[in-house]
Design a protein around this ligand. Structure first.
Ligand SMILES: Cc1ncc(COP(=O)(O)O)c(C=O)c1O
Length: 451
């Protein structure tokens, strides 16, 4: 075994024992270009590391970095009902594989949890659903990217997004087209740039055989934006019109609802879809998918529990999609963990447990609502261009130099995440008693840098 005795990062050369190794040369020897372009520094984790370091040094540090909900004392918020239920699962569910598409009862449950109470009414109007269990909502995003598009096809995203969207698109060989998260010019709706969306849909529909768009709503990461009923309808209509105009193109709208459970309208999309198709025909070439994630809703981030849920008028087609996605899953992560699936089945098939889970979820939502109200109120007294922050875990201040703002805030002991185009503030991780102070630090930092 050889051990690294020195490490000279500047020259990208490890000196191992007495043998000097040129990392660039090794990479070129072993790795194809697709691998060599990958770099691993995750900005969220590195700023979280800085917060932890500051805390360890005894600073009164405020943590606005992580994407997990923390209690006011800084501990991870966990839904106790879920934890207790996991610990009581039978050995077979701890040990055995799940079926490739997921436990049958979990598949049904995932559709219910993603679509919400409207699932039954959608069935009544002839729309069918199916689901495949995935390792988290990320797995659902991946399956849609792998199954609905060919390598080289363009995927449509909003201009501001969770950064792993870019990683997923790259891993799947998909170039990205964007439409603005908020209208750039005049718009009839304050949060939907319909013109830009329609233009992008047209562009993609006329240049490739199929179309896939991911929309993270409600409670968008990293802004907290949620669309209202009117906004959702505008977006849905744009996809329906595109499908109607191009009947030979497959048009897939993928709703990433990872934070929906903490939004005021967790099932708003189902309401919009149900309202629309109660009187209008569903174009055969339109597919709606949900990315269900139990990470936040059931506070089991690390257990990797989620599902892709399909909605379409053809029962045979949603069954076929399930088969395709199970094969893709088999060839990627094998299958999704069984334990969290059986845990969710236990909770949601027992009325008392389901009620207790719901009460705890409501308590967690109240924590977020209280923090957001304080933050938005304080921000409203400033000139900072805070993006609308309606629901969920985050708020976002767009700016040209996010790194400087984050550094300035850190000087006053607030740690936030500088992302492309602005800073993300994790309201989920800032204790209630620190929220106003956090807003004030951001305002001070902004003004200091503007001077
Ligand atoms: C926007 C968004 N989508 C999807 C996910 C998926 O999460 P998971 O794979 O843990 O279910 C996350 C998690 O942070 C997210 O922020």
């Amino acid at each position: 075994m050889i051990t690294a005795s020195t490490l000279d990062c500047s020259a990208a050369t490890f000196v191992v024992g007495v043998i000097a190794v040129d990392l660039g040369h090794l990479e070129n020897t072993f790795l194809p270009p697709e691998s060599r372009v990958k770099t691993g520094s995750d900005v969220i984790f590195s700023w979280y590391g800085r917060y932890q370091q500051a805390k360890a040094l005894g600073e009164p540090a405020i943590n606005g970095t992580v994407g997990s909900l923390l209690e006011d004392d800084g501990s991870l918020a966990v839904n106790k009902v879920v934890m207790d239920t996991i610990r009581n699962q039978p050995d077979v569910d701890l040990s055995a594989y799940a079926p490739l598409p997921g436990l049958p009862d979990f598949k049904k449950l995932a559709a219910e949890l993603a679509v919400g109470p409207r699932l039954a009414s959608l069935r009544d109007i002839g729309i069918h659903s199916n689901a495949v269990a995935t390792p988290g909502g990320t797995g659902a995003l991946y399956l849609s990217a792998r199954s609905m598009l060919a390598v080289g096809d363009t995927i449509l995203l909003r201009s501001r997004r969770w950064s792993p969207y870019d990683t997923l698109a790259k891993e799947c060989g998909l170039p990205i087209a964007e439409w603005p998260i908020l209208p750039v010019g005049d718009s009839d709706h304050p949060k939907v740039d319909l013109y830009a969306l329609e233009e992008k849909l047209e562009e993609i529909a006329t240049s490739q055989k199929r179309l896939l768009a991911w929309i993270n709503d409600p409670a968008h990461n990293p802004t907290g934006i949620s669309l209202d009923a009117e906004g959702r309808e505008l977006v849905l209509d744009a996809f329906i019109n595109c499908a109607t105009k191009y009947p030979d193109k497959g048009v897939t709208l993928f709703l990433d609802t990872a934070y929906a459970i903490y939004a005021d309208e967790p099932y708003g999309w189902s309401e919009t879809i149900h309202k629309k198709f109660s009187w209008a025909d569903w174009p055969e070439n339109l597919l709606i998918c949900w990315g269900f994630s139990a990470s936040k809703s059931h506070t089991i981030y690390g257990m990797r529990c989620g599902a892709i849920v399909f909605l379409h008028p053809s029962e045979d087609y949603v069954a076929r999609l399930g088969e395709i996605c199970a094969v893709t899953g088999r060839g990627t992560w094998s299958l999704a963990p069984r334990l969290p699936q059986s845990t969710l089945i236990t909770i949601h098939s027992d009325e008392d447990l389901a009620i207790s889970w719901g009460l705890e979820r409501s308590r967690l939502k109240e924590i977020l609502t209280a923090r957001r109200e304080m933050f938005n109120e304080r921000m409203a007294l400033s000139e900072l261009p805070l993006m609308p922050s309606d629901d969920g875990y985050f708020a976002f201040i767009p700016c040209d130099d996010p790194l400087s703002i984050a550094e300035k805030a850190a000087e006053s002991h607030l740690y936030v995440v500088p992302l492309k185009g602005g800073v993300r503030i994790g309201l989920c991780s800032i204790g209630s008693s620190d929220v106003v102070r956090a807003a004030e630090i951001l305002i001070e930092s902004w003004h200091t840098l503007a001077e």
